[in-house]
Ligand binder design. Structure first.
Ligand SMILES: [Zn+2]
Length: 444
């Protein structure tokens, strides 16, 4: 593939309503000279929530058995600007709305333009062309990223309304994730005060329903739609998940099996939801183990694309979380995080209030050595868990600059049919248009 480097960067200043000036960059790199003319039938869109170039670099150091699949397959295509309609630093709701629909919106809004108009999403466009559609996440399935592909609400926190809209959206065929309680009435132990049992409603509108790993592996119903709610709330972090909840790769495998039965093809969105949560917590072990699970899910998608040969895979984060910096040395290296047995929150919960077992818990749970000055620093900290997470991260050569999101561009990876449509510096609003172009359909 040949690229011409363009010397001049074209820019236009956008003034956002909150007075954060943002430069929207046009393409730095010319398109390939011989773009493929083949059309994809399927798109698998994988979103590592909160991931950026720093995560890519740290994870490469963390991983001990070969390269991440996106490096092995040389999938990197360019960078994506993530700003929202009203902020230089986006949240997941606005970013996912842009990735789903090509429309910028304000932080917090899901599937609506800033003035409240409902957007058309990749799910809608794929369904209009006879394809099956699916959304998979390790958060609740009502969380901002999956929600933006199939619901329209003013606030991402309207989880119960999002659940309602998900079940009633006729363009959706498959939903896998957590959040069972948001679909169930309070009389049955759920969170709904409106008396609705959305799991029953889903069954009435043609969904098969599953909720265990065994269900997921053995389901053989005739239904043309499938709802899988594998936890009452979000799935457990990978570090603490156990056997009773599925991995992202298992959910992705079964989602592809189900969706690929449709002759016209499918659109599948898969989110590694909790990479972002590790970032917010400044918990490097949490973030890296979630990355490993995401890597496995991408591998499932790549294996399918290699045999199917009519599939486009696109990977892009919604934004960076935590402002991670890579400080790896021989003495402090991300691979050392393999010795950490739990998230910082869980480790902290094992420490007695008088700190009498502090050293023992830390040595048991992290495999790092802890000297008296470090223990003192921890005991004096205002936020014990955050300080612990930052210290574990430092011991692994990873530093953080914030517990929020940052505004850095995020890398975009693509593979398979139509991958060469993605190149250079892109905007998050470009992504759905390019995915539908690869499918040979319009809609954005
Ligand atoms: Zn976040």
């Amino acid at each position: 593939m040949k690229f011409k480097n363009c010397i001049v960067a074209f820019g236009a200043v956008l003034t956002l309503s909150a007075a954060y000036p943002v430069q929207a960059v046009d393409q730095h790199v010319a398109p390939p000279e011989d773009p493929s003319t083949k059309t994809a039938k399927n798109v698998i869109f994988l979103v590592p929530d909160g991931f950026s170039q720093s995560y890519a670099s740290s994870y490469r150091l963390y991983k001990e058995d070969g390269l991440p699949i996106w490096d092995e397959k040389r999938m990197l295509r360019g960078g994506v600007q993530t700003y929202s309609a009203d902020r230089a630093i986006t949240d997941s709701a606005a970013a996912a709305t842009a990735l789903a629909s090509g429309k910028k919106t304000n932080n917090g809004m899901v599937g609506l333009t800033p003035d409240g108009k409902e957007v058309t999403t990749m799910v809608d466009v794929a369904k209009q062309h006879g394809k099956r559609t699916g959304l998979v996440a390790t958060s609740t399935i009502t969380h901002a990223t999956p929600a933006a592909f199939a619901t329209h609400v003013q606030s991402r926190n309207e989880y119960l309304e999002i659940a309602n809209q998900l079940v009633h959206n006729e363009n959706v065929d498959l939903l896998f994730g957590g959040g069972r309680h948001e679909f169930m009435p309070s009389e049955k132990g759920g969170l709904r005060k409106d008396g609705q049992n959305l799991i029953e409603k889903a069954k009435e509108s043609g969904y098969g329903y599953i909720e265990t790993v065994n269900d997921l592996e053995t389901w053989s119903g005739d239904e043309q739609r499938l709802l899988g709610l594998f936890a009452d709330e979000a799935l457990q972090p990978v570090l603490e998940r156990g056997q009773e909840e599925p991995s992202l790769a298992e959910m992705t495998t079964q989602a592809i099996n189900f969706l690929s039965q449709e002759e016209a093809g499918f659109f599948l969105m898969v989110e590694g939801s909790q990479i972002d949560w590790g970032g917010h917590d400044n918990d490097a072990a949490y973030a890296m183990t979630e990355m490993a699970e995401f890597d496995d899910a991408v591998k499932v998608a790549v294996d399918f694309a290699d045999t199917n040969e009519e599939t486009l895979i696109v990977i892009v984060a919604d934004h960076d979380t935590g402002g991670m910096a890579v400080h790896a040395t021989d003495k402090a290296h991300p691979s050392m995080l393999h010795g950490v047995k739990a998230t910082g929150g869980t480790i902290a919960s094992k420490v007695k209030k008088n700190f009498s077992n502090l050293k023992k818990v830390l040595e048991d749970q992290t495999n790092f050595k802890w000297d008296s000055s470090e223990l003192k620093r921890l005991k004096k900290s205002k936020d014990f868990t955050l300080e612990l997470n930052r210290m574990i991260s430092e011991k692994a050569g990873i530093a953080w600059t914030t517990t929020g999101h940052t505004g850095v561009d995020v890398p975009l990876y693509a593979y398979g049919v139509g991958a060469d449509l993605f190149y250079g510096t892109m905007n998050n609003t470009d992504v759905p248009g390019k995915m539908s172009e690869a499918l040979g359909i319009s809609g954005f």
